[in-house]
Design a protein around this ligand. Structure first.
Ligand SMILES: Nc1nc2c(ncn2[C@@H]2O[C@H](COP(=O)(O)OP(=O)(O)O)[C@@H](O)[C@H]2O)c(=O)[nH]1
Ligand SMILES: [Mg+2]
Ligand SMILES: [Zn+2]
Length: 292
C-alpha cells in the first residue's frame, strides 16, 4: 500500500520526532534526511507535506514555504500577533506598545491589541487608548482573571496561527492558559520579573484554539533589534503609510522638512501625537544604531 500524502502543521517537536496535525488528527513523524542537507530544520508552525503510514512511522517529505521564522523561540509562520498590554501593573508605555506594533508590521503579520486587566483601569484611560489605537488596529479589552471580553478575543484567533507578545507582567501566560483551557504556562509575579528572563528550554507547542492555533511561546517580551531602516519606518506606521507620496520631498523622513504631509496630519489631529512621538524616537534609535 502506498502511503497517503497529506498536508498538515507541526504542532510539537521533541527528540527528532515531530507531531503534525492534519485536520485535527495528530501524526507522529520523522523528518526526511534531506532537510539536514539543506540545513533546514522543521519548526513548530511549519506547514508540511507528509506521508502518513499506518505503522505510525509517518514521514515529513516537504516543508512548505515559510511566511516568517523566529529564532528565539524557534517557530515558523506566525501570522498574527496578539499584543498584550496591561492597563495597569505595569502601566502601559506607549512607546513600548508602538515598538511592538512596528516589529509585528515588519514581520507582516496581522495584529490585534489586547488590553488586559480592565478591572484595574479607569474608563477615561480606556477611552484615551481607544482614541489612539481603535482607528489603527483591532482592539479588545479583557480581564484575564475573570474571562471578561474573551469571546471577542477568541473571534480574532479564528483561522490564524497566533502568538502572544507584550511586556513582562502584561498577562500573557494568564491569557494563554485561559484560551488553551489548561495551565501550560507559568503565571509570574509582576514585581519580581526583571528584564533578565529565565531561559528555560521548555519546548514550544502549537495548540488548537477554535478554528485557529495558538503558540504557547513563553511570550515575545521584546524583539531584540529593529531591523527596519530609516526610510522603511514610516511604512510600518499604517497612518503614515496612507500618506506616502504626499510629502513635498520623496525622501522626506517626516521630521522638519517643509511640505511634509505627515507633519500636517499631526497638526490637524489626524495622526495621533503620541504615535508621532514614538515614530521620532524610533528614527533616533535607528540613527544611533547606525553609528556603530
Ligand atoms: N488584576 C488583574 N491581574 C491580572 C490579570 N491578568 C493577569 N493578571 C496578573 O498579572 C500578573 C502577571 O501575569 P502573567 O500572566 O504572568 O504575565 P506575563 O508576564 O505577561 O506572562 C499575575 O500576577 C496575574 O495573576 C487581570 O486581568 N487583572
Ligand atoms: Mg509569562
Ligand atoms: Zn513627510
Amino acid at each position: 500500500m502506498t502511503p497517503a500524502s497529506s498536508e498538515g502543521v507541526i504542532v510539537k517537536g521533541i527528540g527528532g520526532f515531530y507531531y503534525v496535525s492534519v485536520d485535527g488528527v495528530i501524526h507522529s513523524c520523522k523528518a526526511r534526511g534531506l532537510f539536514r542537507k539543506q540545513e533546514l530544520t522543521p519548526a513548530v508552525g511549519d506547514r508540511v507535506r507528509l506521508d502518513i503510514r499506518a505503522d505510525g512511522e509517518s514521514v515529513i517529505t516537504e516543508i512548505l514555504p515559510r511566511k516568517n521564522f523566529f529564532v528565539r523561540p524557534p517557530v515558523a509562520n506566525i501570522d498574527q500577533f496578539i499584543l498584550v498590554v496591561a492597563l495597569a501593573r505595569p502601566e502601559p508605555n506607549l512607546l513600548l506598545i508602538d515598538r511592538f506594533l512596528v516589529m509585528a508590521e515588519y514581520q507582516m503579520t496581522d495584529i490585534v491589541i489586547c488590553f488586559n486587566k480592565i478591572d484595574l483601569a479607569e474608563d477615561s484611560q480606556i477611552e484615551e487608548l481607544r482614541q489612539i489605537y481603535d482607528p489603527l488596529y483591532p482592539t479588545v479589552f479583557v480581564n484575564g482573571l475573570s474571562g471578561e471580553g474573551f469571546s471577542g478575543l477568541r473571534d480574532y484567533l479564528k483561522n490564524h496561527q497566533s502568538a502572544l507578545a507584550g511586556p513582562s507582567g502584561a498577562g500573557k501566560s494568564t491569557l494563554l492558559n485561559r484560551l488553551i483551557g489548561r495551565p501550560v504556562a507559568e503565571v509570574g509575579k509582576v514585581a519580581k520579573r526583571t528584564g533578565r528572563g529565565r531561559h528555560t528550554t521548555r519546548h514550544v507547542e502549537l495548540f488548537p484554539v477554535g478554528s485557529g492555533f495558538l503558540y504557547d511561546t513563553p511570550g515575545f517580551t521584546s524583539f531584540d533589534i529593529l531591523e527596519a531602516d530609516e526610510a522603511e519606518l514610516a511604512v510600518l506606521f499604517p497612518e503614515m503609510e496612507a500618506l506616502l507620496g504626499a510629502c513635498q520631498y520623496d525622501n522626506c523622513r517626516h521630521l522638519e522638512e517643509p511640505g511634509c504631509a505627515v507633519h500636517k496630519a499631526v497638526n490637524a489631529g489626524n495622526i495621533n501625537a503620541s504615535r508621532y512621538v514614538s515614530y521620532r524616537q524610533m528614527i533616533e534609535e535607528i540613527r544611533e544604531k547606525r553609528k556603530y
